[in-house]
Design a protein around this ligand. Sequence first.
Ligand SMILES: [Zn+2]
Length: 595
Amino acid sequence: MPLITRLNSFVLTAALLVAEVVLGQSSSSSDPAVDFSDNRTPTWQETVAAFEALAELHPLAHFIEVGMSDVGRPIHAFILSNQGGAIGSLAELRSLRGSNAEKLGLLVNNAIHPGEPCGVDASVAWLRELMGDDIALKRVLETMDIAVIPMYNVGGALNRNCCTRTNQDGPEEYGFRGNALNLDLNRDFIKMDSRNAFAFVNLFQAFAPDVFIDTHTTNGADYPYEMTLIATQPDKAGPVIGPFIRNEMGPALYASMDERSVPMSPYVYSMDETPESGIRGFLETPRYSTGYGVLFGAIGFTAEAHMLKPFPVRVHATKQFIESTVSYMVLHTNRIRQIRQEEKMRWKNATEVPVRWGLTDNFEEIEFQGYASRKEVSPVTGELRLKYDRTSTWERVIPYYNEYDAVQVTTIPAFWVVPQAWREVIERLRANGVHLEPIPTDTTMALRVGEIKGFQSSSRPYEGHHMNKVSQVQWEVQPIQLFAGDFVVPADQASLRFLCEVLDPQAHDSYFTWNFFDSAMQQKEHFSAYVFEETARDMLEGDSLLRMQFEMAVEADESLKNSASSQLNWLYRASKHYEGTVNRYPVYKSLADRQ
Ligand SMILES: [Zn+2]
């Protein structure tokens, strides 16, 4: 072997050895010990080993791969179900859940932000305890199947560090927020840029959870609460799930946490710098986990343990929240089933759906405990800085702004048409269980076609996109050439709400917003002015009405009057040469609305 090659192979071997140590792939990583009372959270390898060991403990437990992460390692789910037989794949999970519509499903997602890993430790602790108590386990599994994602952001978890959660109290090491593509996976549920999102959606669609918990740690203000909660926004959730969360399950969960001596507050999203003057409810649009889940009727909760409480305290609080939710589900199985059924039924007859929301000025009053705060001069900047005093607690009623109004409502067509060319869109629709009907032969259909007016893209990328905003869509009927294999998407299907949210260009997180249709927003042909001059002259000479319109337009618009190229462009747009498809939204609506 030539020296240089030998050297390279030595360097490579050494590098791999170093990598193994850093990534914790040594033989000791098979030790499943996860101690949830210390200031340490397990690595990805230790987490997988811990859940594998749990699954081996019990015949009703299963540990499956649900898909691949961007870093090239699998994402897992731990399943507990008393519906017999082994579950070794998503397909088996799907048929299990499909054949047991009577059984509730609880899905817990952990470490979407691996720097906020309380849920990983809490889930292991909760499951160990539950599986060690035959009576409790039997009672729980009589009413529900459980699915736990041990660590969703595998790439982030492997990017372990001591310090990127600047303000957080432990654990001593944890993963990074961004995944292997530096995406925040809790913004990726609709656009699905990550392989992780496809794995999640496949699991979610197979398992069809009734209740969904996503575990996090807060940012922001300081206050005594160890646990805070973002329930899926009730107004956005709609007239069935909304009041159920607001008046029934939400209050019951707060009461349960009180009983467990872990009083909980709504997530503290302060109106001002500190919570005294009020907090607001978070609008988790469909890009967020619970915002995605509610499109399929899942009752979603984001558990946010407080960043300044020591890690073991946060783990304990998260475990208490999961247990509170399970207890509620055991006690109110029929009510949850009824709510889920009513939610399904309301979409059977829906003719319109709100797709954008705005916070109102209305508020309710809630009891809140805070720490006293003051401003003092910073020795660093010389400016006033905020300082909390943890020795001084206040308790008072503060306003809680959590009422949202619909600011954009879409009427639901009988069907949409999505040309097969938009295959990234089709791929995502399919992953979400949308039923698509291919058109058998080439044809021309009269359809409603939307012209996108006044759209703007953000100048800086956000989560890998220059997001679009649309001020108006003008719909008119046009004949549209379609080809065999283009798709009709009927509104009469279970994924209807999801369809409305992704296909209305003005929805918060539509595929249009997330740039899937950007190529339709560009003019492809143009003209050379020196050639078009003669054409323009002929047009004006041959059409007196056009001439009059042109003269009026020039008269009314100073910039048009002063620009020869703008005038030629005006005439070009009025000519037969101008392409009719500029800014045409390429998803079409049926002539009739849904009845
Ligand atoms: Zn988070």
